[in-house]
Design a binder for this molecule. Structure first.
Ligand SMILES: Cc1cc2nc3c(=O)[nH]c(=O)nc-3n(C[C@H](O)[C@H](O)[C@H](O)COP(=O)(O)OP(=O)(O)OC[C@H]3O[C@@H](n4cnc5c(N)ncnc54)[C@H](O)[C@@H]3O)c2cc1C
Length: 476
């Protein structure tokens, strides 16, 4: 194999000789994929089609040993290094231009210990892998609402979904992780071993090393839960959201209800004349006993005059895939997000106006419902600091033609600006696009930033892991 030129993290070109590449290839359990190969194209294609970066080479890892070799090679030559888990992150830092990409997406094993209620998860596993394996034992851990999302990136940023009001963030259920640090050493991070690193990876993203294994606490969930959608005509949205905010404030922790505003997709339970018109959807899941669930969802079912109500018994793992058809890969995507303590009247007004001007039929505004167990953890207990937030807005701007880029991005930015005065100023790091570097310090981490920067300086003083929402190493 001939040598290749790879970008370094300080923008130089570094030559990797044919001997270096041959030695790497011979040492890997996985594969080295180069431009022109099908595996290279597969590895560099991620969920957000806006991202079209071309690394010089991709290591498709199959185990920790592959990760160690890749990290050591990148550190030795000062290479620009990108790390891919499930490849879902909107910012597209899983891929880099001209550098070396470490693709973990083939490492998908999940091993459940039902007696100890624990799961060991590899860093390429998707949420569906975790849900299917844990639900085989009637167990689950909180994650996200789209089953094709990667466990690794979601966990390292915090992670929340239908179970989080009852059982906390994904990181609140992380017991330990194996991490390959910038020096190529493997360390176990938990409450006793490298507790500073363990604190940092619970929300601090991929800044501190490559996680090769996650160990999660599991809880009995389902397999049948009460879950589903209630769809309202958009003309009633103001009144429905008013009732919604009152009901979620007194809902039990087991119940989580998100509000989604978009144009109606052609779902089989929606009458054809509604398709393509604006709707407000209340999406809910009760993570406890089904009889208690029926009782908890009853007040939500009594709101207004819905077009459709398909809330009822559902397998939990099935419900976890409910939004997959709306969140398919391959679309162009731009997101904007704010955190809120409450849904103020003025905020609702702005949201309703924006939905009337959705730039494409695939755009949507998600209002995620947090609180509960998430907020009973102190803000400095983990790197994820937003423990007072009750609602998170995620503006999913989705379209297919590059010709619509400017128009769609402008709609999202305008909505973000108009809703800012109602927000906390904080932002969930995993919802940030690639143009928000200025929000990392105060928005994503706030008071936890300085501690993260100190830990970064200890574990990654040269900022090898910089393809992320970057925490710069503290200077003494
Ligand atoms: C459609 C959709 C729905 C979503 N819904 C939710 C939701 O309900 N709840 C929620 O909390 N989040 C949600 N997210 C956000 C999600 O948590 C982030 O996009 C997350 O980063 C995805 O992880 P990934 O492994 O797939 O991403 P990747 O793009 O592969 O990775 C993201 C970044 O994480 C780092 N990284 C990944 N793996 C490792 C590793 N093993 N070691 C070190 N660093 C690593 C890298 O810096 C990488 O750039 C959603 C995202 C999408 C696209």
């Amino acid at each position: 194999m001939p040598g290749i030129t790879v970008k370094t993290s300080d923008g130089r070109n570094e030559s990797l000789s044919s001997e270096t590449l041959d030695a790497l290839r011979a040492g890997l359990r996985g594969a080295l994929a180069l431009p022109g190969e099908a595996a290279y194209e597969e590895a560099r294609s991620i969920w957000n089609a806006m991202i079209d970066k071309r690394p010089a080479a991709v290591v498709r890892a199959l185990g920790t040993s592959d990760v160690i070799q890749t990290v050591r090679l990148a550190a030795q030559h000062g290479l620009l290094l990108a790390v891919r888990g499930g490849g879902h992150n909107i910012a597209g830092n899983a891929v880099c231009d001209g550098g070396l990409m470490l693709d973990l997406s083939l490492m998908r094993s999940v091993r459940v210990d039902p007696a100890a209620r624990r799961a060991r998860v590899e860093p390429g596993a998707r949420l569906a892998d975790l849900d299917k394996e844990t639900q085989a034992f009637g167990l689950a851990t909180p994650s996200g609402i789209n089953s094709t999302t990667g466990v690794a990136g979601l966990t390292l940023g915090g992670g929340f979904g239908w179970l989080s009001r009852k059982h906390g963030l994904t990181v609140d259920n992380l017991l330990s992780a194996d991490v390959v640090t910038a020096s190529g050493e493997v360390v176990r991070a938990d409450e006793k071993s490298h507790p500073d690193l363990f604190w940092a990876i619970r929300g601090g993203g991929g800044n501190f090393g490559v996680a090769t294994s996650f160990e999660f606490k599991l809880h009995p969930v389902g397999p049948q839960v009460i879950a589903g959608l209630i769809v309202h005509p958009f003309d009633d949205a103001k009144k429905v959201l008013d009732d919604y905010r009152k009901l979620v404030a007194k809902a039990p922790d087991e119940l989580c209800c998100w509000a989604v505003m978009r144009k109606a997709p052609p779902l089989p339970f929606l009458p054809p004349d509604v398709h393509g018109k604006e709707i407000l959807v209340l999406a809910m899941c009760h993570a406890g006993d089904p009889a208690a669930g029926e009782k908890a969802v009853a007040p939500f079912k009594a709101i207004g005059k819905p077009i459709a109500d398909v809330v009822g018994p559902s397998p939990y793992a099935g419900w976890q895939t409910a939004f997959d058809p709306l969140l398919t890969p391959g679309q162009r995507n731009y997101w904007k997000s704010h955190d809120f303590i409450e849904l103020a009247d003025g905020l609702i007004e702005v949201l309703l106006g924006a939905v009337r001007r959705l730039p494409t039929p695939d755009c949507e505004i998600f209002i995620g419902n947090l609180g509960g167990a998430i907020n009973r953890v102190p803000a400095d207990a983990t790197a994820y600091p937003h423990r007072d937030v009750n609602f998170v807005m995620n503006v999913h701007t989705r379209w297919s033609s590059p010709a619509d880029d400017a128009r769609c991005i402008a709609w999202a930015r305008e909505l973000y600006e108009a809703t800012g005065k109602f927000a906390t100023g904080g932002v969930y790091v995993n919802f940030m696009p690639d143009d928000e570097a200025q929000r990392v310090r105060s928005g994503a981490y706030g008071k936890n930033y300085a501690r993260l920067a100190t830990i970064k300086a200890k574990y990654d003083p040269k900022n090898l892991f910089r393809m992320n929402q970057n925490v710069a190493p503290a200077t003494s």
